[in-house]
Design a protein around this ligand. Structure first.
Ligand code: 8YV
Length: 315
């Protein structure tokens, strides 16, 4: 029997490419020079799309594949998949939850520590000879015992909060409602009020049209000149123009960001700022987690084409 045709939207590590190529007839979208012509040619053969969290599958891509049955996302976030089009056509969608939760939380907390203690600048201070020529490195801000806010207490937000407890921080969170498992954490429904009482604000929300720019000028102003914003979710949750204005003027103390509008190209204003720590969207980027994510992508596709229940369905 012919292998099911799969459209691979972006590259995966070699260890994921091998099982995919073995089980499916893989068409590598990201290698095509003329993407439109490529889709027009292979579209009818495609029964599955293997994509990545931030790349997703847009309506044009879905439309070009009239025999599409499933989209398997390498990532927990599926905001870049046109879910309405999938619902309409009965296309299944899967993601890779749980396996990346701890690594994403780790990176969020690491960014807070790194940025608050000025570790990147401190390393430069040593390497460029400033330590020897200028003496002591400028003093930075403490982390332990201070106030953290978690915007979105889902799986990742909860793991962030759990880690912050280890730093004896006072933790509050915002979500659609109070969570029974949020022991020792204060529920503050309004993100502006959450930001007002927080030294560090973590954005760990699932991104959707409803959460777009939920961190806007008012939340950023409330966090203030001493506050730090940490984003390990999606760029769309933050009004990036407002964030840049506040970082440039000093109205916001600092930010630590793993995600950006239009990534991997960043707004060049970010590159001129000393008070922002930037990371290349790699919160889930450990060998262990990426292997587990790749396995789930493949397992979901295999289960679907074998007529078995999907391990991690979204739709
Ligand atoms: C990416 C992510 O999928 O889980 C998500 O939603 O955005 C990430 O894990 C990862 O960077 C691979 O592209």
């Amino acid at each position: 029997m012919a292998k099911p045709g799969i459209l691979q939207v972006g590259p995966y590590p070699q260890w994921d490419e091998e099982p995919l190529n073995e089980a499916f007839a893989v068409h590598r979208y990201f290698e095509a020079e003329d993407k439109g012509a490529f889709l027009a040619k292979v579209g009818p053969e495609i029964r599955g799309i293997a994509t990545r969290g931030e790349l997703g599958a847009n309506s044009a891509m879905i439309e070009a594949c009239p025999n599409l049955e499933i989209i398997s996302v390498y990532g927990v976030g599926f905001d870049a998949v046109d879910l309405a089009a999938c619902r309409e056509r009965g296309i299944r969608v899967t993601n890779t939850p749980d396996v990346l939760t701890n690594d994403v939380a780790d990176l969020g907390v690491a960014m807070m520590l790194c940025q608050s203690r000025g570790m990147i600048g401190a390393e430069t201070w040593v390497k460029d000879g400033s330590w020897a020529s200028k003496g002591l490195y400028p003093l930075k801000r403490r982390v332990w015992g201070r106030r953290a806010g978690v915007l979105g207490l889902g799986r990742i937000g909860f793991e962030v909060a759990k880690r912050l407890k280890g730093f004896d921080m006072e933790i509050a969170y915002s979500d659609v409602g109070p969570k029974s498992f949020a022991e020792g954490m204060e529920f503050i429904a309004d993100p502006v009020k959450l930001a007002e009482r927080s030294d560090f604000l973590f954005v760990t929300l699932v991104a959707s049209a409803d959460t777009r720019h939920i961190v806007g000028r008012d939340v950023i102003a409330a966090l203030g000149a001493e506050g730090m914003l940490i984003n390990i979710s999606r760029a769309s949750n933050i009004d990036e123009e407002a964030l840049l204005d506040a970082l440039e003027s000093g109205a916001l103390g600092s930010a630590a960001l793993d995600v950006f509008e239009g990534e991997p190209k960043l707004n060049p204003r970010f590159l001129k700022l000393d008070n922002v720590l930037v990371q290349p969207h790699h919160a889930s980027g450990t060998i262990e987690t990426r292997q587990a994510m790749g396995k789930l992508v493949c397992d979901n596709l295999t289960a679907h084409f074998a007529g078995n229940p999907l391990p991690t369905p979204v739709l």
